[in-house]
Design a protein around this ligand. Structure first.
Ligand SMILES: [Cu+2]
Length: 147
């Protein structure tokens, strides 16, 4: 009694061909780095609910980007994005210099965080704001409400 094992015919060619499907041509698929600069900084747009919106940025320095912007009288939705890797910032309106009180602020914004506040600004004029952590280093800005 003789046993014999024989290999089945190799199907290597097909296997290799399948493994060699090459994935190319996928352009623009690199995700942006986290906390990248938002689009349209300082540009005032109108949200779906009719509220005007604006985005500012802070980073590893003592600046608001941009430091000034202008809105129409009415409700404002302000977003601050902190793209810094190291620095914590905040945004507080300078109470005693405002045409009217603003009942909103961002007390703390850690690196990589963003926060949005909403408030009403109907009185025309300049509304100074600061990062209270870096006020001595000149981190100030101004929101203007047009007349
Ligand atoms: Cu700051």
């Amino acid at each position: 009694m003789t046993e014999r094992t024989s290999s089945p015919p190799a199907k290597k060619a097909a296997v290799i061909a399948a493994a060699m499907v090459v994935l190319v041509g996928c352009e623009g698929e690199e995700p942006p780095p986290p906390a990248s600069t938002p689009e349209g900084l300082g540009e005032v747009t109108i949200g779906a609910d009719g509220v005007q919106e604006v985005t500012l940025q802070t980073q590893d320095d003592y600046l608001f980007t941009p430091a000034t912007f202008t809105v129409a009288p009415g409700p404002v939705r302000l977003t601050l994005v902190n793209v810094a890797e190291q620095m914590t910032h905040n945004l507080e309106f300078t109470d005693d210099e405002l045409p009217q009180p603003v009942d909103a602020g961002i007390p703390v914004l850690a690196p990589g965080e963003e926060k949005t506040i909403e408030f009403e600004a109907t009185a025309p004029g300049d509304y100074p704001f600061t990062c209270t952590f870096h006020l001595q280093l000149g981190q100030v800005g101004t929101m203007t409400v047009s007349g």
